[in-house]
Design a protein around this ligand. Structure first.
Ligand code: AMP
Ligand code: GLY
Length: 432
């Protein structure tokens, strides 16, 4: 069978690599892909943009693609799954209406409050209903969010009421485009963040291995927020008790609530949770897709055939499906451009990829590409997050050593990466 992966990041390289490893898969098309997917055995890049829905449908028809998996949120929110369904093509992901869970924070908050799923208290405003005087009565810090998709930049944590008003005003004035037409104001939740990712078939849920990422750019979780600078799986924070609680209090009510509301959710669902001292897992956000970089370590541990899991979900049979996981831990370090996340330098030659591949010939790791492109035989940087070096080991600590050995083998002029990915998990391992 032929598989199509939509997207061009590290998550999509991991998806393509995992599908290519399935014996029944003859070829994986990646639209548009990156240098990593271009070089991956059994994979072929196709120059079609991830948002060009019409061209993606034509491509899948022309190539007789049996299964399409969508990586990023933008095409999902724009209705790529609806378009594939209308053309009679199998496409794993939520429909446009279900993807509002990520595409509209106002929708997500209303849904969470109505179904009594734990989340921060909040109010949603439009330009007309906005009440700055109410804002001034709220305890600090306050979290101000543009409701629509803002590429991870639409959340401001305000330490003063002035800052909160400025943030809301900037959103209403259009700094985030249409994403800021509605603004969610919510209480600040202290605690530790967890990424909880599942597959859903509309009624049943198959949780993936647990994971955590590091969103801040600099060591010690300092500096600006990014898409993620590194991640690991499993997350020792998520004990079996917490896992059961997240399933019972967050994931199951979400899937059942959406079905009851008439928008069954099929696809990967990512709940960004804040776990506080009281142990309650509260929803910070939903993503209607896999996480990046969480996917890279998570899929590095998946032993089951991913295409079988996706087809089971499309057939509403996830209740009868199990996923097998490598018992080893996996940890991924994102190698980024020097100026990420502020701006993006491109076209720098990456050296050491072959040396890195030699280090993990035994299957103890893998370097996934994100913002890269091929120029002849050379691999050039082409984005903010460039590579993700994943190591596997008996513990998160062992996996971290392999990942940093890989990172140490690679260089380009303005490369930067965090030196402490996994530090919380490693501290927890040492306590045991
Ligand atoms: P979001 O896109 O809603 O996940 O927000 C981006 C990041 O902002 C999250 O990953 C958190 O680190 C932080 N954040 C969002 N909402 C809250 C909140 N209510 N309390 C504390 N931190 C938050
Ligand atoms: N790593 C965070 C995200 O994928 O949204």
């Amino acid at each position: 069978m032929k598989v199509l992966i939509i997207g061009s990041g590290g998550r999509e390289h991991a998806l393509a690599w995992k599908c290519a490893a399935c014996t029944r898969v003859t070829e994986v098309l990646v639209a548009p892909g990156n240098a990593g997917t271009a070089l991956e055995p059994k994979c072929r890049n196709v120059e079609v943009g991830a948002q060009n829905i019409g061209a993606l449908v034509s491509l899948a028809k022309r190539e007789s693609v049996a299964l399409t998996i969508v990586g990023p949120e933008a095409p999902l929110v724009a209705g790529v799954v609806d378009a594939f369904q209308a053309a009679g093509l199998a496409c794993f992901g939520p429909t446009r209406l279900a993807a509002r869970l990520e595409g509209s924070k106002a929708f997500a908050k209303d849904f969470l409050h109505r179904h009594r799923i734990p989340t921060a208290r909040s109010r949603t405003f439009t330009r007309l209903s906005y009440d700055p005087a109410w804002l001034d009565t709220q305890p600090l810090p306050l979290v101000i969010k543009a409701s629509g998709l803002a590429a991870g930049k639409g959340v401001i944590i305000a330490d003063s009421h002035l800052e909160a008003r400025d943030a809301a005003a900037a959103m209403f004035e259009g700094r985030f485009g249409a994403a800021g037409e509605e603004v969610v104001v919510e209480e600040f939740l202290p605690g530790e963040e967890v990424s909880f990712i599942v597959m859903a078939d509309g009624r049943h849920v198959l949780p993936l291995a647990t994971s955590q990422d590091h969103k801040r750019r600099d060591d010690g979780d300092q500096g600006p927020n990014t898409g993620g600078m590194g991640a690991y799986s499993p997350a020792p924070l998520v004990t079996p008790e917490l896992h059961a609680r997240i399933m019972r209090e967050v994931i199951e009510p979400t899937i059942l609530g959406l079905a009851a509301d008439g928008v069954p959710y099929v696809g990967f669902l990512y709940a960004g949770l804040m776990v506080a001292a009281d142990g309650v897992p509260r929803v910070l956000e939903f993503n209607c897709r896999l996480g990046d970089p969480e996917t890279q370590p998570v899929l590095a541990r998946l032993r089951s055939d991913l295409t079988v899991l996706c087809e089971a979900a499309l057939a509403e049979r996830l209740d009868a499906t199990r996923a097998e996981w490598d018992p080893r831990a996996a940890l991924g370090v994102v190698l980024a451009s020097g100026d990420y996340p502020d701006s993006v330098s491109r076209g720098e030659r990456i050296e050491g990829l072959d040396r890195a591949a030699d280090l993990v010939r035994d299957g103890s790791g893998k370097v996934f590409h994100a913002g890269t492109k091929l120029s002849g035989a050379e691999v050039l940087t082409d984005g903010g997050r460039v590579l993700c070096a994943v190591g596997l080991g008996r513990s998160v600590s062992d996996a971290q050593q392999v990942a940093y050995r890989l990172a140490g083998a690679i260089r380009w002029p303005h490369m930067r990466y965090r030196r402490d990915i996994g530090y919380r998990a490693i501290a927890r391992e040492r306590q045991r």
